[in-house]
Design a protein around this ligand. Structure first.
Ligand SMILES: Cc1cc2ncn([C@H]3O[C@H](COP(=O)(O)O)[C@@H](O)[C@H]3O)c2cc1C
Ligand SMILES: O=C(O)c1cccnc1
Length: 361
């Protein structure tokens, strides 16, 4: 038996709660099925939360920030200093995810795993520095195995904190200049895809920039062609925040906490988590399809049908946060609508197929 914690099975889904939710849906004053995906979402939430009337009152958002050695290859439209600067902005309340968390009444947990432009001790930021940056994976593994395991564990610890705080939904976000390059390299290795099919503009590269990014990823994949195991690929090509996100996905699934997955980078981390432990997939809900080129392919690989398609390409957990009100509406409808009996509304008549042919004019 594999003794690594990340291989331990995910919690089982509560099918009885899902069935109870489905049964209630049939009694509400609407044509059965007319609320479409909102109905199946309630069933999924019921199975995760183990209650026929699920709620998404306490969303928890952990944003993991970290720098990437591969940034020195010129693969981002922005300078590396932005990672540390954005850590300060998250805590100061000015970043997109800060505004969204406030709007949702969600907890925003900011974790600095290592930034070259170190903002130091800041109120509202957990310092969990592994190193100032990963190594440039064109020349060496991005992380040592010990660094990667530390990052996985930090992700799991944030889930434990979320659980202890009574969270009913976990959102992971990321910040790290050049991390679309890292996420693309990791996804290519996990899926056996070519960099040119998955690499996109990230923060806004032009065509020449994307061509350079593709060449960098091709070089990295050749350098690490001997790696096969998902954890080994994560060590070689991932980043501290990507490994923390993978650890968080796994730990959340083990702790009965559903995960609302954000965009391209978080999906790459989720893919690594599912490859490390396939039972994790049952606990993932995909919030949106990012504008980043490779995201659709990653979603397909995870058999995911995301809730939204808004052309977002920000990261930080923002797309997942934007989807939370949808989940809340689904839960409110489910809990708050009257039943046919309560409202004195007539139920569906027999379908035309059941009506004798002679009575159909
Ligand atoms: C100001 C700013 C805020 C951000 N928030 C998220 N990202 C996003 O952009 C980065 C990935 O893109 P690339 O691989 O092209 O560097 C990540 O930090 C991601 O979260 C940002 C990027 C910038 C510039
Ligand atoms: O989809 C994402 O997560 C994304 C896309 C581009 C840049 N940063 C993040």
């Amino acid at each position: 038996m594999n003794t690594h914690w990340w291989a331990w099975p995910a919690a089982t889904l509560d099918r009885q709660a899902a069935e109870a939710a489905h049964a209630r849906q049939q009694t509400l004053t609407k044509p059965p099925g007319s609320l479409g995906r909102l109905e199946s979402l309630v069933g999924q939430l019921a199975a995760w939360q183990g209650r026929a009337c699920p709620q998404v009152d306490r969303a928890w958002i952990s944003v993991f920030a970290a720098d990437h050695g591969v940034a020195e290859e010129g693969v981002s439209a922005f300078p590396q200093a932005v990672t540390g600067e954005m850590v300060r902005n998250f805590a100061g309340g000015g970043a997109a995810i800060s505004v969204l968390a406030r709007t949702l009444g969600a907890t925003l947990d900011v974790v600095n795993l290592g930034t070259v432009n170190d903002p130091g001790q800041i109120d509202g930021v957990l310092r969990a520095i592994i190193a100032p940056s990963t190594a440039n994976f064109c020349h060496a593994p991005a992380m040592t195995r010990a660094q990667c395991e530390t990052a996985l564990r930090i992700g799991a610890e944030r889930v434990a904190q979320a659980r202890a705080a009574g969270a009913d939904l976990f959102i992971g976000g990321e910040m790290g200049i050049a991390n679309t390059t890292s996420a693309t390299a990791l996804a290519c290795a996990l899926l056996g895809e070519l960099p040119r099919t998955l690499a996109g503009a990230g923060t806004g590269l032009d065509d020449a920039g994307i061509a350079r990014k593709i060449a960098v990823i091709e070089r990295a994949l050749r350098r690490h062609a001997d790696a096969v195991e998902p954890i080994e690929l994560l060590c070689r090509l991932g980043g501290f925040e990507i490994a923390a996100l993978a650890g968080a996905c796994i730990a959340a699934a083990q702790a009965r906490l559903p995960v609302l997955v954000d965009g391209f980078i978080v999906t790459a981390a989720a893919l690594a988590a599912v490859r490390m432990n396939p039972s994790v997939r049952d606990w993932l809900l995909f919030a949106h399809r990012s504008h980043e080129r490779g995201h659709a392919r990653l979603l397909d690989a995870l058999d995911a049908d995301p809730l939204l398609d808004l052309g977002l390409r920000l990261g930080e957990g923002s797309g997942a946060a934007v989807a939370v009100p949808l989940l809340r509406m689904a839960c409110a409808l489910h809990a708050g609508m009257a039943t046919f009996a309560q409202a004195g509304v007539s139920e569906k008549t027999a379908s035309s197929a059941e009506i004798p042919a002679e009575s159909v004019s």
